[in-house]
Design a protein around this ligand. Structure first.
Ligand code: AMP
Length: 573
């Protein structure tokens, strides 16, 4: 039997997972600069939490949650024994249940009921207990954040409380590109007594700063206000009234929503409903004075930050807890599933879940799967090629190669060490084939001289370094490799430069094309100068090496600011 991942869930493999890590890491870094701390939440919660917050009428809670009773009623051995007995009875009975006379049927059903009941009553758990303990895999995380906020008395913390989370969510949706049953979100929530529109604008600013950091291009921000408990009910009633008038022109879903949740009709994508929806009243015309002022101020605050947006009066978001500000961001290349982020204000949610009424909240959730898809469409990829191929020529040099590999790994390099000895030609051939930029070769001669040979494959250059200097040289090598990898990535944008074999020529080509900010090329050249002296066995002291490493680091940071997720992260050490 061959096992496969179940429908709608998938494995994320290297090298793609490296891009995921980059993106999540960038979120952590950007959010931290806005004062957000990570909250790690449970994957499952009481079902009731989602019913109450997200809302029973939503698709998410109504149809899509993965729920289970805890204790597991259906897998209780006593219940199963009773159930099996019923099945046995059904199979053993002749003629089949459907064709037997009424009296015999009543008899056998009574017997089956007796067995099932025996199963239930002798179970460890009562049915009530089991139902009270319904749990669900989380379909979203705002409810959990608010539950945690209340549970840990975070209203006594300095406000506002700023939290972010990263992790999987679960919804039993119809799978398609960009829509999965286990998908991932990066989200942030800001909770506190103030509902100042400046906070909404800052949350959006942070989100866009993150997109900027990972260089998501072509994203569009949509905003709307859906009013509050003072003005929304009147609008919903008006909408319901208008929808009643056109009921027979609507599809089954929208007809049902007239009663359950008329706002959701605005979400409809059915082509034949669009002209009808276009004529419905807009909420902007029904906002109360306070909500209107809040919305106007939000727009002023966005303008202050030079944030471009489009207003979309139909943006109501599916979940019950939103009020006033709602927003969504779409990205190109995703087809119909093009929303990469949704968010909004949820001022009543803390109170609804039993917390202090004064606490307001605003937040967003980014769909990481779609974000990654959009970046991939833009050609962003993260290399998973090792930095160094550490070849050893014979048994006597294996130990030395191993310990040198540890030193280089300690300095942050990705080192591949083969399991068997290779001759230099084989070693270089393999490194070349795998596109590994640096090969180190150690044999008996090197071991007895206390040196190792370094071959820069793209440069066709080889030099020897003293083993005692390995950590410093190792760090220089890391940055050399990172810079080379980055510049080669950028060179893909200029067809004639891509094949440029030498690093220094590649650098000049990119400079000619104005692809490197001035400080970046200055810093690369400073680092390269020291690196070249090392490569030519000139005397270089530790200070010079450290300065070169710092220059390379600045260059990488500068590149990261200009080119985002395509730039590899420098090592931590
Ligand atoms: P929501 O919690 O529905 O507002 O979703 C926020 C974001 O999560 C959306 O904009 C999507 O990017 C993403 N998302 C929601 N559902 C899925 C899904 N089933 N598969 C992939 N991404 C999803």
């Amino acid at each position: 039997m061959k096992f496969q991942a179940i429908k709608g869930v998938r494995d994320i493999l290297p090298p793609e997972s490296a891009l995921w890590n980059r993106v999540e890491q960038a979120a952590r870094e950007v959010f931290a600069t806005y004062g957000y701390g990570e909250i790690r939440l449970p994957i499952f919660e009481p079902t009731e939490l989602f019913r109450k917050s997200v809302g029973e009428e939503t698709d998410i809670v109504g149809k899509e949650m993965y729920s289970e009773s805890d204790p597991p009623i259906l897998s209780d051995p006593k219940f199963i024994a009773g159930w099996n007995k019923v099945k046995e009875l059904a199979v053993a009975y002749d003629p089949p249940l459907g064709t037997m006379g009424d009296e015999s049927r009543q008899q056998i059903l009574a017997e089956a009921r007796k067995w099932l009941l025996a199963g239930y009553t002798s179970m460890r758990w009562s049915i009530e207990e089991a139902l009270e303990n319904l749990i669900s895999l989380r379909p979203e995380a705002t409810a959990s954040v608010v539950r945690a906020y209340i549970e840990h008395g975070m209203h006594t913390w300095p406000s506002p409380v700023k939290l972010y989370y990263v992790g999987p969510m679960f919804r039993r949706e119809r799978p398609q590109k960009g829509r999965y049953r286990q998908f991932y979100q990066i989200g942030a929530e800001l909770l506190g007594p103030s509902d100042d529109p400046g906070l909404d604008a800052e949350v959006i600013e942070m989100l866009l700063a993150f997109f900027e950091r990972i260089r998501l291009t072509g994203a569009t921000l949509f905003i709307n206000s859906i009013g509050d408990k003072n003005c929304r009910p009147a609008y919903v009633e008006r909408l319901r009234g208008e929808l009643q008038k056109v009921r027979d022109k609507l599809g089954a879903d929208s007809q049902r929503r007239i009663e359950t949740n008329p706002l959701r009709v605005l979400d409809s994508k059915l082509p034949e409903e669009q002209p009808i929806i276009d004529r419905l009243p807009h909420i902007a015309d029904c906002l109360c004075e306070a909500c209107r002022e809040h919305y106007e101020e939000l727009k002023r605050q966005l303008a202050l930050r030079k944030i471009e947006y489009e207003e979309n009066w139909r943006l109501v978001r599916g979940l019950d807890y939103y009020m006033r500000t709602t927003f969504e961001i779409t990205a190109p290349g995703l087809g119909s599933q093009n929303a990469v982020c949704g968010g909004g204000r949820y001022d009543g949610l803390v109170e609804l879940l039993g917390g202090p009424a004064a606490t307001k909240g605003i937040g967003f959730a980014i769909g990481t799967d779609r974000l990654i898809l959009s970046l991939q469409n833009e050609g962003v990829e993260v290399s998973s090629t090792p930095d160094v191929f550490m070849a050893w020529l014979d048994g006597s040099s294996y130990q030395e190669a191993r310990s040198l590999a540890s030193v280089l790994r300690g300095a942050g390099l990705v080192v591949e060490i083969p399991a068997k000895p290779l001759n230099p030609r084989e070693a270089l051939g393999l490194a070349n084939k795998r596109n590994i930029p640096i090969a180190v070769v150690i044999g008996q001669n090197e071991v007895s001289a206390g040196v190792f040979s370094i071959r820069l494959l793209s440069e066709r250059e080889q030099f020897k370094a003293v083993v005692a200097n390995a950590p410093e040289i190792g760090r220089l090598l890391v940055f050399r490799a990172l810079l080379e990898r980055t510049l080669r990535q950028l060179a893909k944008r200029i067809p004639t430069a891509e094949a440029e074999p030498s690093f220094s020529k590649l650098l000049s080509r990119l400079e000619e094309q104005n692809m490197l900010p001035g400080t970046v090329s200055y810093n690369i050249r400073r680092a390269m100068e020291v690196f070249d002296r090392v490569a030519h066995n000139a005397a270089v002291n530790k200070d010079e090496m450290n300065t070169a490493v710092a220059s390379a680091l600045f260059a990488l940071q500068g590149l990261s600011r200009s080119y985002g997720a395509q730039i590899p992260l420098p090592p931590q050490s």
